[in-house]
Ligand binder design. Sequence first.
Ligand code: ACO
Length: 324
Amino acid sequence: MNKSVLMVGSGAYLPEKILTNDDLATFVDTDDGWIKQRTGIAQRHIVADGELTSDLAYNAAINALENANMTADDIDVIVLATTTPDDTFPATAAQVQNRLGAYNAFAFDVQAVCAGFVYALTVAESLLLANKGRRALVIGAESFSKLLDWEDRTTCVLFGDGAGAVILEASDDAQNYGILSSALYTDGRHRDILYVDGGPSKTGSVGHVRMKGQDVFRHAVEKLASSMYAVIEQAGVSETEIDWLIPHQANLRIIDGMQKKLGLPADRVVRTVSEHANTSAASIPLALNQAVSDGRVKSGHLLAFEAIGGGLSWGAALVRYGRP
Ligand code: ACO
């Protein structure tokens, strides 16, 4: 019998502090109208002084464990997707493991920027399919505000902080549930359209996000669509069977472009970009948890995830949520 990897719970955490577009306009040359019209973003959450990525990740993990009726002891693997680790090393996942007391689990970080959650999901699935554990905690957590140049209006208005988490469980008896397909891609030739101008081996500093927005936009819809078609074909389903498209939340225009390309009704897309902005690796699990919490996503629903970010790295996954 084939093993499946189920997605059996989700959780999320957002820092308390909210920065609206009007707040931003008090110190950058921008305005609410421009930001909303070009991106759909109205506000973003920002970490407090001293609040770390591991704090966000820990809170999202606790929430996911509670929602799945599990304890930290139940977890065998922790994979944390982040571009904004607490420290250069050790992995932020190791800090989260310690705070959770999840000492049965091995833990490590994955770095694929905005595509991080789809990467972490696929890595965790592969580990469970290879019998390296039965349950995995997959977290996307970012303090992306720490990478922003607050004088660069072309980037600082786009991002926010937060964390989301899911719990995966291997099962021998759940055909057609769980992760049905996934696909990952990278093209390092496009490094210069989205990067951070710092790093341990290059400058010894953290650096700031630099982006050619229109070039990123051009790649986004085309690459997201082709990765989505790949996972649809792999899973042997049709796009009309997708109950919820839960995309990376970078820009409403990219999200709506994908919805139209896939021919999905507008009300089958989960959109959180207005409240959260782009939280990089955290955006998909944050959006998922919102839709699970408000009752839109139910057990048995077919979910489509897709994301693209720096690298360029991108990917997609199809998941039938919950347990049979
Ligand atoms: N407020 C006001 N004006 C602004 C701002 C701002 N925050 N930012 C730029 N402008 C100005 C520009 O200076 C320019 O002025 P000019 O015409 O006088 O030179 C004008 O607005 C138009 O700028 P463009 O860059 O052409 O605006 P565009 O319509 O391309 O929108 C945006 C920019 C929103 C960044 C868009 O290109 C985009 O969404 N790209 C995708 C990038 C993205 O989502 N990156 C996130 C990381 S990757 C990912 O997660 C997918």
